[in-house]
Design a protein around this ligand. Sequence first.
Ligand SMILES: *Cc1c(COP(=O)(O)O)cnc(C)c1O
Ligand code: SF4
Length: 347
Amino acid sequence: MTSPDILTKYSAGAQDELRRVTECFPFRISSYYRNLIRFSGDPIWRQAVPDLRELEDLEGLEDPLAEEALSPVPNLVHRYPNRVLWLISHECAMYCRFCTRKRRWEKPLPFTDEHFKGALDYIGGNRNVKDVLLSGGDPLLLPLSRLENILAALRKIPHVEIIRIGSRIPCVDPGRITPELAAMLSRYHPLFMNLHFNHPWEITPQSRKACTLLADAGIPLGSQTVLLRDVNDQPEVLGELFQQLLSLRVRPYYLLQMDLTRGTSHFRTPVATGLKIIHALRNRISGLAMPHFVIDLPGGQGKIPLSPNYVQEINRSFIVFKDYRGERCEYPLLEGEEGELRRWLVA
Ligand SMILES: *Cc1c(COP(=O)(O)O)cnc(C)c1O
Ligand code: SF4
């Protein structure tokens, strides 16, 4: 699925340089996603086409979220007490240039039967694990029977209550979402899916159809959106995306600050950009369409939500807010609550 024809838009010299990038970070795009490109350098293009700046980023980390260190058995990340992230596939329909797991494109860990059994035994032997997130790569690129085997094996473990699948397929290759796949998934409820959309141009009749199949199978759908410089770092763009996603029955879940992954720093926005966007959208679009803006802390310390500050002042009698239009409002406090409130609200 590599598409050299895209690179031919560059001069011969530039093509040579881009080849240097793809030797380090390979290029892959689905033909569907390629057709969403309207012009070179557009928001779809930037997500998919290699960029020389990928090689210039020397400060980024191989594994900013310390996923390897938090891995008790291969391909399984156990960061929070009650849930695990299980990487079950290393195939992707396209390689997103900003991907946090770029390190795995060139040297993926193998998925052997032994690893598979190791991960299942770990989950089965750990009664705290109530929620298993399947990710990758893309779990939906596994053969249907293999994915079903994994789901069936998880469902045999009584303490696993929730299964989640993270997938970019409905966005980057929606034709792969078939009625057979949706019917199979619906046999393993409660099963949630988190999709990954970053730009309103990714909402098409095809992605709409894919989401309809999944939602009609009773699967609650969420979206994780990565905040990307020169792709979607504008309130108008994200406001439209989030509102459109709701119309696909996809609930915006997280807006993610870029991780510090090597080869991706040209996508990184200042932290204030995310806060400004959340502030611009809050109360202007449906509350249902509002994701949490989160930073996934380096070193695997977890996701931290950030919210713009609406509090102007706290005194004995009032908390004073600036509302979403910038107007002042006083909310009366109970007697003696000031001290504790300050501990929760002030840095
Ligand atoms: C994001 C993540 C989770 C899930 O976190 P939620 O906030 O519950 O969605 C679990 N484990 C790891 C390693 C993660 O990165
Ligand atoms: S589909 Fe997901 S895992 Fe694959 S390259 Fe894109 S962001 Fe990374």
